[in-house]
Design a protein around this ligand. Sequence first.
Ligand SMILES: Nc1ncnc2c1ncn2[C@@H]1O[C@H](COP(=O)(O)OP(=O)(O)OP(=O)(O)O)[C@@H](O)[C@H]1O
Ligand SMILES: [Mg+2]
Length: 199
Amino acid sequence: MLLQAASSIAVAAWRPPRKTGLRGCRAQPRRLQPSGMEAAAGRQVERVASLADEAATEALARRIAGAARAGDVIALAGDLGVGKTRFARAFVDALTGEREEVPSPTFTLVQTYDSPAGPIWHFDLYRLKQADEAHELGIEEALTDGISLIEWPDRATSLLPEQRLDLHLSFAASPNARTARLVGRGSWAERLAKLLPDG
Ligand SMILES: Nc1ncnc2c1ncn2[C@@H]1O[C@H](COP(=O)(O)OP(=O)(O)OP(=O)(O)O)[C@@H](O)[C@H]1O
Ligand SMILES: [Mg+2]
């Protein structure tokens, strides 16, 4: 089930754009050190996944949900309408085991769900005027005991732990295609390397 849409997720290690060389020439995937060594060295692991369609975004969400545990923070960045809530919906469904009503927390700013892996807190911080307002939403409790999915994390970067999974979605060439750039730090470095093997 998990791998059903895997063929539409193409994964590569991320490298910063070359300062010189041919414009538009794709860098060759680089083989990283084994995942255990990456984590031991305190490195971050970076991946780029090409998502062909919405099903691929959902498959990625389910795959990440399978590795999530209480205390995790997953920061969901990207432009308006790119698919952050779609990702969150599939993530919540995967952990609760049912088709939940997962409304976008655009106005409520946060929605919570119970799951066997722990409570899931789904934040949308777009309307936050300043980071401090996130305290009123219960963000401390979420960061300590919950699994936090945070849309528009840049609104409260100062409150987020460094050890987290960053997922940045962007629009790609065709209308339903997206590019996901993932950065895992702390325990997420090793988990990400296992979830999305390089290449
Ligand atoms: N590959 C894809 N992944 C995710 N969503 C997709 C994809 N292709 C098309 N879509 C569509 O894009 C829209 C994404 O809406 P969504 O509410 O998830 O965006 P968002 O990033 O949460 O926006 P906002 O910043 O307003 O909260 C949906 O209508 C969805 O059906
Ligand atoms: Mg949204």
